[in-house]
Design a protein around this ligand. Sequence first.
Ligand code: ADP
Length: 628
Amino acid sequence: MSDKRETLGFQTEVRQLLQLMIHSLYSNKEIFLRELISNASDAADKLRFEALANPELLADDTDLGISIEVDKEARTLSVVDNGIGMSRDELIDNLGTIAKSGTAEFLQQMTGDKKHDAHLIGQFGVGFYSAFIVADKVSVETRRAGLGVDAAVRWESAGEGEFTIENIEREDRGTRVTLHLKEDESEFAESFRIESLIRKYSDHIGFPVSLTAIGEEDAETKVVNSATALWTRSRSDVTEDEYKEFYKHLSHDFTDPLTWSHNRVEGKREYTSLLYIPGAAPFDMWNREVPRGLKLYVQRVFIMDDAEQFLPLYLRFVKGVVDSSDLPLNISRELLQQNPDLAAMRGALTRRVLDMLKKVAGDKDSYQKFWGEFGQVLKEGFVEDHANKDKLAKLLRFATTHNGNDTQDQSLDDYLQRAKEGQEKIYYILAENYATAVASPHIEQLRSRGIEVLLLTDRIDAWLTDSLTEFEGKALVDVAREALHIPEEGDEKAQDKLNDEHKSLLEKIQGALSERVEAVNVSRRLVDSPACVVASDQDLNPQVRRMLEASGQELPDSKPILEINVEHPLMTRLSGEADDGRFGALSNIVLDHALLAEGSQLANPAEYVRRMNDFLLNSGDGADSESS
Ligand code: ADP
């Protein structure tokens, strides 16, 4: 360890973040205070936790708290805590780098548009660096609890690429963050301004936050907040704004939460939970490795961040606090995992979140906002959480043929309400995208009869439909499967009858395409298109097959079933075609087009182009007269 002053460079990501934050959060600048007080409160929480096992860390300074000092003359504001503090190495790591994975990619999404960027930074969480929105120099003096007076360190930076660090002597344990305010930010050295900000943002902090105005006449130090942890208060005593501020403190998000649920459970297991659904998805929601979970307290003592044991992975976007009266204070992650109460608490908290979502779903606009941000993870949940399948099924939203656009806003209940009389099935199509789904030949017959089809175009939908096979006693049916029974269709033998009627045409096409198709049937699902391909009930859905193949999986070859629309002029033409060569070419083209229409790739595109070119050259007059 060196005593001398060292100058170190910020990690590139920190430098970028600082730049962006200063420019895009300017209209929101007062949030820096909330961030610094949150950090101070976390530091006090951490010390109290470490002191459970190691009481001498507290020494004779046992009253944990936060003080804010403003000095108008010097234009400074300091946030001082007697919490855990930082060692030299911790300081360099914590205030010189960003450890969140995916940060570089995240920062690339910034556009320079202030509103857009402010929204993105909100998803990222701001934290300590927000000090540089109002300060042109920040100094941090800190001493780690348990380390000697001479192990204290000072960090200083103007927020422009580098910081200095040097060892100092410091009597007090904990951290002092001093902001040298920019010339036009002197309002933040005014005690009345800061007092109102503390009330607004930090009232709910579980430690006293006091304010001292240095140099002011009759200056006195007074505690400004109510200093009771918010979740310990009764619901009726907490205002909406207080709940919102507490969320921002917890999450470092600065957009409002969508909703929350605050409950005390009494009886065999006693605990309080306060759970929030954020308004926007965090930037790293798709990284399943990112720390997630609730803040765990035991009898008001902070125990750990990111206790992921209390909720299933798919609810990783939920933020909040659990405060248990029964868990032992010395509980570790491992012990928590084995705790016999955990499963019951996890089950109850999961249901609580789903009930909260059910409530949100009562308001269509709010729920659409939620679905837009988190719908995909909820679909994951449906696949993973069998115990709550029924609740989750009601929370799913889909784009359907009813909409006329790709908005996912129809529930399965909505679908059933519109179902035709006697309709025993819920129909869906899986496709690469909305355009392919909605124009798919497979749904023509259903559409022409006014039967609604769910249009499933998210990657996860293939897995979703594996688990979502039934809703309210109605089976979900893939329209691209061989056995599609459309209501009012008559008996199931209809297929055989139809095939019999067109036996010679079917056999001839089958002969021409024997290498490429399993069978040829007369279709009952087509109206405008000449043909489509379907999968037999044992085969993979073509969309699933395409996805698995794209991910490099080797799958056994399987041939589709070709269905033809015998009403279509192309089929009339085909049945009248006497030339075997042309019959074969046309049959292949019909099949190629059916594959293209469902979004499949042709195995041999060059051959298709050659065949098509030949066909165009050789069928001038004939083709015209057929189609006119
Ligand atoms: P976050 O709080 O979201 O982790 P910050 O950038 O605000 O991000 O802070 C980075 C880290 O610096 C914190 O996680 C914490 O370890 C450390 N830190 C910040 N302020 C303090 C403080 N007052 N006392 C002790 N550690 C702190």
